[in-house]
Design a binder for this molecule. Structure first.
Ligand code: OFO
Length: 169
């Protein structure tokens, strides 16, 4: 059993995870419109990962006998004009997610809610990996600059990403 305050905050986080998925689906459509099909696939894999993040929380709330409140998912606004901006905006979004997860984690520490704290550490660790992969892609894109062949190669490489549900357990 978890407190009402924690349950409410986890429900908010559940919505944020679905929203993250929505953002990456939007980024995928944007990348594909620019002709970066590899990036589009990469973002689509990211969308699928976010759905796993959401469903992990959903299952936890269920296991704890908490109310699950499915709220409206905000439509994502894709402001990026270039492919590198799409990754930069994504990184900013992930940094916001990290902040939200750290705050949630602090809350569980204060409440001495060990089970939820333990669950959240999985997310905290996952955030380090996510931020690092966005940073790496941005760095590589900046290195390549306007070089068409470099961008083509990078796009092909990003298109090899596969979604492995087992790595998310
Ligand atoms: Fe990419 O963020 Fe979920 O947790």
């Amino acid at each position: 059993m978890i407190s009402e305050k924690i349950s409410k905050s986890l429900n908010e986080q559940l919505n944020r995870e679905f929203y993250s998925g929505y953002i990456y689906l939007g980024m995928s459509a944007f990348a594909s419109k620019l002709g970066f099909n590899g990036c589009a696939k990469w973002f689509n894999m990211q969308y699928q990962e976010e759905m796993v993040h959401a469903m992990k929380l959903f299952k936890y709330l269920e296991d704890q006998g908490s109310d699950i409140e499915l709220k409206d998912i905000k439509a994502p606004k894709i402001k990026a004009k270039t492919i590198v901006e799409a990754f930069e905006d994504s990184l900013k979004h992930e940094q916001m997610m990290t902040e939200a997860l750290n705050e949630l984690s602090d809350m569980t520490m204060k409440e001495k809610d060990h089970a939820t704290y333990n669950l959240l550490q999985w997310y905290v660790t996952e955030q380090v990996e996510e931020e690092a992969s966005f940073k790496e892609i941005i760095d590589n894109m900046k290195m390549v600059g306007d070089n068409g062949f470099g961008l083509y190669t990078l796009d092909k490489e990003l298109g090899t990403r596969v979604f492995d549900i087992n790595s998310m357990k």
